[in-house]
Ligand binder design. Structure first.
Ligand code: BG6
Length: 461
């Protein structure tokens, strides 16, 4: 474990979209909330100068989160800029000069993965990679083989402990809270297994389409955009064994074991959908068969979970924007009061967005002479998620050297292994109307283990 602080923050792709939407706001937040005070060096090939980058930072913050004057001024005073081609050694010599006395820089590669190999090599040859950390973004490959290749490329220049792979879902408070709630309370673990859990379902619904991201989205689809990464991390947080030990790998070791125990998907465990109108989005290939909705059935091959189906669905243009997990418990072995009770009465509901809620579904007696009851949900906890944005939290962690909430190479490979057999449009897709819950075939997939429980939005005080 390398727990030193990085002493400079370098971001390549400084004039790009990710820097504009996420990195500048995260940096301002870190300066405001945690008094971050280290040189910040943007690198890009845009023919810009430092003043132009400063103007871009201002614009970024005005559009994404707002300017905090003292932190913004500090950010400007720390900002440096190197303009140059990523394939040109002199760009990295300039960067080394800008780094001055820095001995432990962090390099955020906010650039396409196709450039990683060239950039990593130049960082190494120019001396910028010595004792350095590197932060990279998804997609981590296109399949298992390319993910391995990418890992090998990075490992040539950076040891695994200095590679920080961002999955922004891991920086979300409610996602971390799943693990916290499960392991900070003694009541859950005894029932968190095949003896008591009937099924688990997770819905990630978005009520908007792919908007201006047609080109990117059409190369990935719902499965690779959010399920192979974000949703698998949620499944792992919900089902992994308790971590042992205190180091940054304790959690990741358990997650890795869990992900490796998930059986690779077969075509009959997948339903893909595409919303009407997707094909006319700018950047989308005519006649594309890429999915904007996917539902899958997972099985975990372990003593704890054997026989418990785990359903995940994710889609664009659904009726609401909400992500929620539902752990359905088995009914008692005998209905003591002779009622015809639906399965829905015993569950734990964990909402991850737009608010953070934990609810427990139980049956209570209806007042009166007869022993009959009704389903209610005890809301154990509900709060809005106006906490630290994921990028601010994750970049702070990377600078401090805390790798716990970053994806390790073995986790990435385990995620790919699960989806590998269904890559490449091997299953048909069904169209669905915008504003609906996807194709009806998804209901057939969940069958008697369902129905899908559609998240209902409510106001949060
Ligand atoms: C991104 C996907 O990784 O996650 C987007 O590319 C998706 O398509 C987004 O909308 C969802 O994350 P969040 O934090 O906005 O819920």
């Amino acid at each position: 474990m390398n727990s030193f602080y990085s002493d400079a923050f370098v971001f390549l792709g400084a004039t790009g979209d990710l820097a504009y939407k996420q990195i500048f706001p995260a940096l301002q937040g870190l300066i405001r909330d945690e008094a971050f005070n280290l040189p910040i060096i943007g690198v890009a090939k845009a023919g810009w100068n430092l003043d132009q980058l400063k103007a871009r930072a201002k614009d970024s913050l005005e559009k994404h989160g707002g300017i905090n004057q003292p932190a913004f001024e500090k950010l400007l005073s720390l900002l440096r800029y190197v303009d140059g081609d990523y394939s040109d050694a002199s760009t990295f010599e300039q960067l080394r000069q800008e780094l001055g006395t820095s001995q432990r820089p962090l390099h955020y590669l906010a650039i396409p993965p196709s450039l990683f190999a060239t950039v990593a090599e130049h960082l190494a040859n120019s001396g910028c990679a010595t004792n350095a950390r590197v932060v990279v973004e998804k997609p981590f490959g296109r399949d298992l083989e390319s993910a391995k290749e990418l890992g090998e490329t990075l490992h040539k220049f950076f040891p695994e402990e200095n590679i920080f792979r961002i999955d922004h879902y891991l920086g979300k408070e409610p996602v971390q809270n799943i693990v916290y709630t499960r392991f900070a309370n003694p009541i859950f673990d005894p029932i968190w297994n095949r003896d008591h859990v009937r099924s688990i379902q997770i819905t990630m619904a978005e009520d908007f389409g792919v908007e201006d991201r047609g080109k990117f989205y059409d190369e990935v689809g719902a499965l690779l955009d959010v399920v192979q990464n974000h949703m698998m991390q949620v499944v792992a947080n919900l089902t992994m064994d308790p971590p042992t030990g205190q180091d940054h790998d304790a959690l990741r070791d358990r997650k890795s074991e869990l992900l490796r125990a998930i059986k690779p998907l077969t075509p009959d465990a997948v339903v893909r959908g595409q919303y009407d109108g997707y094909r006319s989005v700018v950047g989308v290939a005519p006649g594309t068969s890429v999915e904007t909705f996917v539902a899958i059935k997972l099985e975990i091959d372990s003593w704890r979970w054997a026989g418990v189906p785990i359903f995940v669905r994710a889609g664009k243009m659904l009726p609401v924007t909400c992500t929620e997990a539902l752990v359905e418990f088995k009914r008692p072995p005998k209905e003591t009061f002779g009622e015809l009770v639906s399965n829905g009465s015993a569950h734990m509901r964990i909402r991850l967005s737009p608010d953070m809620t934990i609810g427990l579904g139980v049956r209570v007696k209806t007042p009166g002479e007869r022993m009959v009851g009704r389903d209610v949900e005890l809301e154990m906890h509900r709060q809005s998620t106006t906490d630290m944005p994921p990028y601010e939290r994750l970049l702070g962690d990377a600078i401090r050297g805390n790798s716990e909430q970053f994806a390790r190479q073995d986790l990435i490979e385990a995620q790919w292994r699960i989806v590998e057999p269904i890559l490449g449009n091997v299953t048909p897709f069904y169209t669905y109307a915008p504003g609906t819950w996807g194709p009806v075939e998804a209901d057939q997939l969940i069958g008697n283990d369902g129905p899908w429980v559609n998240p209902q939005l409510h106001s949060v005080e």
